[in-house]
Write a protein that binds this ligand. Structure first.
Ligand code: NDP
Length: 505
């Protein structure tokens, strides 16, 4: 059956009392309130549990990508500030945190998790205002998962010797953590929770466009009464990130972001004894076989690429469809795409919010133009975009070939490239034909085929009959140019420990 139906645009019956011509199926606006949050006009660096000015005093402005309005000024750290922050973390590691029994560290982590839950609405609103992501995602995914990571790693803090039998797990020291703008609070939790559980102290640098929930988190650190210097947060451009990760008193580097910067960091710290984990880009294959439940797969495809505007390292940005179901699947997909609601991130009905920055929007536009120029066929739903802010229509490309840039490069936007295959072998070969290897998805009702595909695909995470599911207990990380090391689960804990010392049996 071919579905070509557009969203219903019939006028309302008179008996509904609507003014003539209104579409009864339109949702009424459902904006989340913002009167319960407080964004300070200016944020200093968070060092030793105090907000301090950068030296020399310098700031930059953070904006709301959905309105292009300024939200706050934040401190622009200098090299001297990096020294101050690492010094505070080093001292806290030496004098307090590394000496605390695991059960005491756990208490602090549980406290942070509970405060995040208590203040979840506030965090969700600030996250959506600063990043552009829909409130339903920050409310239902980012903030609950961030709290779940603190709960999960709190559970490990006093059980390290059980996690690593016959080892004497030791903390490493100061962890330098540089995070991106696509999941600002969640990436903070992925980094800080295991580091603290393992007995390390941290200096975290959020992305310059999205520091506000990190500074809100600084307030949580004080509320939870953490010893000064255990968590430090500094803001500044990429060079400050580089100063931080190469600082001689830093023992562990954890980076999430682009492959280009990941390679620069790897080169800069090569030859030192710093422990490093890099979580970089991706170009995930989402593979649909002809026996898959198509309606379920459609939801997985939509979630895979349009969740968080496609600004997701593990986004299912390459869709591989078995030829025999290509036409019905594309019809259903176009139909479903037309129902996505693009607009105000603070509206609870919004599915696709604002792109994080003007620069990222320009990158998405450039790659989409390359797709058209290289001969792929574009489909975009006929939806209205807000007149201000960095918005982009959910986009679908068919007729894509392996050599197109839109099939090879990470777009990091709401753009899906569709390719086809005939046999499982062809699907595997095409899916693995990428420099990346972060994630993948398989849709089939055949269990044996799932196992075959999972084993054959060079990707750190493979979802079967679902996509973009996250859990603090599951390790996450890449192959090839998607980086190395794992975050999450017990694997993520080991990345913050020195396990070289054994016990005598
Ligand atoms: P970057 O890799 O540049 O930024 C990620 C983090 O690294 C930010 O905190 C950034 O700081 C910092 N940083 C930038 N340059 C350096 C450096 N030389 N040394 C140390 N830290 C540095 O990603 P972008 O924000 O520029 O995005 C570019 C592309 O990267 C995207 O289009 C997307 O394809 C990919 N990306 C992938 C992500 C992932 O999760 N794998 C996340 C984000 C982007 P600052 O913000 O101040 O520049």
């Amino acid at each position: 059956m071919t579905l070509t139906k557009k969203p219903d645009s019939r006028p309302a019956p008179n008996s509904w009392g609507l003014v003539g011509g209104e579409n009864p199926w339109e949702y009424a606006p459902a904006p989340e309130a913002t009167d319960h949050i407080r964004i300070e006009p200016e944020y200093g660096l968070f060092i030793g549990n105090e907000f301090v000015r950068s030296k020399p005093r310098k700031t930059f402005t953070v904006i709301n990508p959905a309105t292009e309005e300024p939200l706050a000024k934040v401190a622009h750290a200098s090299k001297a500030d990096v020294n101050r922050a690492v010094g505070a973390a080093h001292e806290a590691h030496r004098s307090s945190w590394s000496n605390l029994p695991g059960r005491e560290r756990a208490k602090y982590l549980y406290r942070i998790a509970r405060i995040l839950q208590e203040r979840s609405r506030e965090f969700a609103v600030v996250e959506s205002m600063n990043s552009g992501k829909p409130i339903k995602e920050s409310r239902d995914v980012d903030v609950p998962l961030a709290a779940a990571h603190f709960f999960y790693y709190a559970g490990w803090a006093d059980k390290l010797e059980y996690a690593y039998p016959n080892r004497v797990p030791r903390s490493l020291g100061v962890a330098a953590q540089v995070i991106p703008w696509n999941f600002p609070l969640l990436m903070l939790a992925w980094k800080i929770a295991p580091a603290l559980a393992a007995g390390n102290t941290v200096v975290l640098k959020p992305a310059s466009t999205t520091p506000l929930t990190a500074y809100l988190f600084a307030d949580v650190v004080r509320q939870a009464d953490l010893p000064p210097g255990v968590v430090n947060i500094i803001t500044g451009p990429g060079e400050i990130g580089m100063e931080l990760v190469t600082h001689p008193d830093v023992a562990k580097v954890a980076f999430t972001g682009s492959t280009a910067v990941g390679k620069m960091i790897a080169r800069a710290v090569a030859g030192t004894d710093k422990k490093v984990t890099l979580e970089l880009g991706g170009k995930a294959a989402n593979i649909v076989f002809d026996d898959a439940p198509l309606d379920q797969a459609i939801e997985g495809i939509i979630n895979g690429i349009y969740f968080n505007q496609g600004e997701v390292c593990c986004a299912g940005s390459r869709l591989f469809v078995q030829e025999s179901v290509y036409e019905p699947l594309i019809d259903k997909l176009k139909n479903r795409l037309s129902t996505l609601r693009v607009g105000d991130p603070l509206d609870k009905n919004t599915d696709v919010g604002a792109i994080n920055s003007a620069g990222q929007l320009a990158k998405v536009q450039e790659l989409v133009e390359s797709g058209i120029a290289e001969g792929a066929e574009i489909f975009q739903p006929d939806c209205e975009l807000p007149t201000r802010g960095y918005f982009f229509r959910p986009t679908l490309f068919t007729g894509v070939s392996q050599s197109h840039r839109i099939a090879q490069e990470e777009i990091f936007g709401p753009v899906l490239s569709v390719l086809t295959f005939r046999t499982p072998e062809e699907a595997i070969e095409k899916a693995n034909n990428t420099p990346y290897g972060l994630s993948a998805g398989v849709w089939t009702e055949k269990g044996s085929r799932i196992f075959k595909m999972v084993n054959a695909m060079r990707a750190g995470v493979v979802w079967a009959n679902t996509f973009n599911r996250f859990d603090p207990t599951s390790p996450f990380g890449g192959y090839k140019e998607s980086g190395y090391g794992r975050e999450g689960g017990i694997h993520g804990l080991g990345a913050y420990l020195d396990l070289s010392n054994g016990t005598r049996r």
